[in-house]
Ligand binder design. Structure first.
Ligand SMILES: C[S@@+](CC[C@H](N)C(=O)[O-])C[C@H]1O[C@@H](n2cnc3c(N)ncnc32)[C@H](O)[C@@H]1O
Length: 261
C-alpha cells in the first residue's frame, strides 16, 4: 500500500490508493468496486454499509497511519484498479452541446490539478488531456479533486502537441489561456467545439502550443503577474456554461460583451 504513494508503485501494481471515507462513498455512488478496504475498528463500526463494497480487513490505527499518505487519516484506505486512459476524441455532435476539452500543459501542483479536475467535472468538460505534470492518480490529486478524477475522461499525452494537432484537424478551435495579451474570455464563442489549453505554474504554456492557438485572457489588475491556473480555468469554464445557458434559454438580443462592460 505504501508503494502506491509513488507513481512507480501504482504503475507496477496497476492499483491506486483511495484515502478516506469520501472517496469510498464516491466509489459506492459510481458503482466502482474497490479490491480491498482496510479500516480501523472504530471506522468499521461507524460505516458498516461501506464495508459491503469490498473484502475488508481491520487494522490498528498505527498500521492505518503507515498505509496512508496523510498525517491524520480518517480511519480507512482502500485499493482500486487503476482506471484506464481514453483512446479517442469525443464525437463532434453539433446538435447537442459542442464538446469542450481541457488540455493541461505540465500542471505540476497536485492541489491545482485536483482543483482543475473538480472544476472540470462541475463545468461539464468532456475530456481532460494531461501533457506531463502531476500524476492524476496520486493521493493528493485524488483528495483535491474530491473524487472527480474517478468520473472524468482522462487522456495522458507525452506532449500535447500531437493531440492539439489532431483536435485542430477534427474541427476544434484551440484556445490558449495566457495571463495577458489574449482576447477577453467573454468575447470567445464557447459554443464551438473547443480545446482550452492551460499552462504550467511557473513556465506557462510551451510556445509550440500557443503558436497555433487563439489566445484568451482573464483580464485582471497589474498588481499580480497572473492568476492561479485553476482560478483562471474556473472563470472560463463557467463562462462557457453561461453562454450555453443563454443559447438554450435565449434572453433577448443583447450581446455577451454588453453583459460584461
Ligand atoms: C500561474 S500561470 C503561469 C505564469 C507564468 N509565469 C507565465 O509566464 O506564463 C499558469 C497558467 O494559468 C493560466 N493563467 C494564469 N493567469 C491567467 C489569466 N489572467 N488569463 C488566462 N489564463 C491565465 C495560463 O494558462 C498560465 O499558463
Amino acid at each position: 500500500m505504501r508503494s502506491l504513494h509513488q507513481a512507480k508503485g501504482r504503475k507496477e501494481q496497476n492499483l491506486i490508493l483511495l484515502e478516506g471515507t469520501h472517496l469510498l462513498q464516491e466509489c459506492e455512488r459510481l458503482r466502482l468496486k474497490p479490491q480491498l478496504i482496510c479500516s480501523t475498528d472504530i471506522w468499521a463500526q461507524r460505516h458498516p454499509c461501506l464495508l459491503q463494497l469490498a473484502p475488508w480487513q481491520i487494522v490498528s490505527p498505527e498500521v492505518l497511519c503507515a498505509m496512508a499518505s496523510t498525517e491524520n487519516p480518517d480511519g480507512v484506505v482502500s485499493l482500486l484498479a487503476m482506471p484506464s486512459d481514453l483512446t479517442s476524441l469525443p464525437r463532434l455532435d453539433l446538435a447537442n452541446k459542442p464538446p469542450l476539452l481541457l488540455a493541461l500543459d505540465r500542471v505540476q501542483d497536485p492541489g491545482n490539478l485536483g482543483t482543475l479536475l473538480r472544476t472540470s467535472l462541475a463545468a461539464g468538460v468532456d475530456q481532460v488531456w494531461l501533457g506531463g505534470g502531476a500524476d492524476p492518480w496520486q493521493p493528493k490529486v485524488l483528495r483535491a479533486s474530491a473524487g472527480a478524477v474517478l468520473q472524468l475522461q482522462l487522456k495522458r499525452w507525452p506532449s500535447l502537441v500531437a493531440g492539439i494537432s489532431i483536435a485542430k484537424q477534427s474541427g476544434f478551435q484551440i484556445l490558449a489561456a495566457v495571463q495577458r495579451g489574449g482576447r477577453p474570455y467573454w468575447e470567445v464563442d464557447w459554443q464551438l467545439p473547443s480545446v482550452l489549453l492551460l499552462g504550467n505554474e511557473g513556465a506557462g504554456l510551451a510556445a509550440e502550443l500557443t503558436d497555433e492557438a487563439q489566445l484568451v485572457t482573464v483580464p485582471h489588475r497589474e498588481e499580480v503577474e497572473s492568476l492561479n491556473v485553476a482560478v483562471a480555468a474556473g472563470l472560463m469554464l463557467m463562462e462557457r456554461n453561461r453562454q450555453t445557458h443563454r443559447a438554450l434559454h435565449g434572453r433577448g438580443e443583447s450581446s455577451i460583451a454588453e453583459l460584461h462592460p
